[in-house]
Design a protein around this ligand. Structure first.
Ligand SMILES: Cc1ncc(C[n+]2csc(CCOP(=O)(O)OP(=O)(O)O)c2C)c(N)n1
Ligand SMILES: [Mg+2]
Length: 319
């Protein structure tokens, strides 16, 4: 695989950044200082990082309710992300969006939406805009297994397919939509099988292996940038915690949870880097400290920032 040592290290670092960031958000939520609820991305880091490593700054992503990891992988600032989650004025959306509504057009992050499946037509629209402007950008759309049962999935993927739009449909299949297992709501085993219905390539990868996600996305990007249209990539993964902060996830059998926790994407990449001789264990510890410091700084920035004022509530409502 054509991946430099530097790129592999950056991938590891980004995954770790997401994991430690999410652990921090979990901790802050426990202190009752995070408004609303939170949906953590911990366990699924290899998907966002494997995909975004192939993207350029000007490429687009569209995210979901479980979006912190997508933002970080696309290059969002940790301090402004944390400030938004804490509802602070210095956050990406001036503290008015919160955890599920972070956007940063300057890095191609078109936004997250709490409406399941609603990001899919937005990504198709972004793909249409790219095609009309004639650039070689791509738009990557993240969505869950649950979202793939929404009408928006059918409409959005079909339209991107017929117009050969440069869109990457990235299904993060973590087996559950809230507490509902995939097998109760779809008869196909793999979401990827649905690609046949739209006449586009569908691939299924180990979503806990960042290198596999990277490779599949590399191909899909080539196709999209060449004007050959979209690809559906299903990444099999698992969330380490419940659906949202309140959910103890007791509906998941212990054996299943253990099996997936053993396939931790970060530990696997760490092992790969050591076995491959890319880095020593001490260098990896150094990276860990660096990442932890950047998160502590982000938390301090967010905690020290003011809340927006009530009279600002109606500002920025229309653009
Ligand atoms: C249109 C719509 N229906 C229902 C919900 C409630 N809801 C929020 S998240 C979720 C599950 C989504 O599952 P999936 O797409 O697999 O994403 P995951 O949470 O597993 O990442 C549901 C049903 C919603 N937000 N929007
Ligand atoms: Mg799911």
């Amino acid at each position: 695989m054509d991946l430099s040592k530097e790129k592999k290290i950056a991938m590891y670092q980004d995954m770790l950044k997401i994991r430690l960031f999410e652990e921090k958000v979990f901790e802050l939520y426990g202190q009752n200082i995070v408004p609303g609820t939170i949906h953590l991305y911990a366990g699924e880091e290899a998907v966002a990082v494997g995909v975004c490593t192939n993207l350029r700054k000007e490429d687009y992503i569209v995210s979901t309710h479980r979006g912190h990891g997508h933002c970080i992988a696309k290059g969002a600032r940790l301090d402004k992300t944390m400030a938004e989650i804490l509802g602070k004025k210095t956050g990406y959306c001036k503290g008015k969006g919160g955890s599920m509504h972070i956007a940063d057009f300057s890095i191609g992050m078109l936004g997250a939406t709490a409406v399941v499946g609603a990001g899919i037509p937005i990504a198709t629209g972004a793909g249409l805009s790219i095609k009309l402007r004639g650039t070689d950008q791509v738009a990557a759309c993240f969505f869950g297994d649950g979202a793939s049962n929404q009408g928006t999935f059918h409409e959005g993927v079909n339209m991107a397919a017929i117009w050969k739009l440069p869109v990457l449909f990235i299904c993060e299949n973590n087996l559950y939509a809230m507490g509902t297992h995939q097998r109760r709501v779809m008869l196909v085993k793999h979401v990827m099988e649905r690609a046949v219905a739209y006449g586009i390539p569908g691939v299924c990868v180990d979503g806990n292996n960042v290198l596999e996600v990277y490779e599949a996305t590399l191909e899909a990007c080539k196709r999209a940038r060449n004007g050959d249209g979209p690809t559906l990539i299903e990444c099999k993964t698992y969330r380490r915690k419940g659906h949202s902060r309140w959910d103890p996830a007791t509906y998941r059998p212990k054996g299943e949870v253990d099996e997936w926790l053993n396939k931790d994407p970060i530990q696997r990449m760490k092992k790969h880097l050591i076995v491959d001789g890319v880095f020593s264990e001490s260098k990896l510890i150094e990276i860990e400290e660096e990442v932890m410091n950047s998160i502590e700084e982000a938390v301090k920035f967010a905690l020290d920032s003011p809340f927006p004022q009530p009279e600002e509530a109606l500002e920025d409502v229309y653009a």
